[in-house]
Design a protein around this ligand. Structure first.
Ligand SMILES: [Zn+2]
Ligand SMILES: [Zn+2]
Length: 112
């Protein structure tokens, strides 16, 4: 990426200024690349945080179990209660599959 000086429109050269990579012009104008990249990173981080916050709200809702607990034998630990829900498989004309998650060992199994 070639940057031009906003003052005199000469090409900026990469140069170390105070140990930081900068773009400098012979007219004395210079900009700090690192600072700019950090600003970009900050922007990205802010967007990520905003996204994450939204996702946290969404996933918090997700994590609240809305599945009813039904009497169901767990094939793994023989617990007799499991969360139950149904999921539609690939095509709409196939019957939906019942899923169960053991309330004790969290083993998930299904019934056709
Ligand atoms: Zn210049
Ligand atoms: Zn179990």
């Amino acid at each position: 990426m070639v940057e031009f000086c906003p003052e005199c429109h000469n090409m900026l050269r990469k140069k170390l200024m105070d140990g930081k990579p900068s773009l400098a012009c012979r007219c004395g104008y210079h900009q700090n690349i690192v600072r700019d990249e950090l600003e970009v990173q900050n922007d990205i981080q802010k967007k990520k945080d905003a996204l994450k916050n939204n996702l946290i709200v969404v996933s918090a809702d997700d994590k609240i179990s809305v599945h009813p607990i039904v009497p169901k034998d767990c094939p793994k630990c023989k617990n007799d209660k499991a969360e139950a829900w149904q999921e539609q498989t690939r095509s709409a004309d196939e019957p939906s599959t019942s899923f169960f998650r053991c309330t004790k060992c969290k083993h998930t199994f299904r019934e056709y």
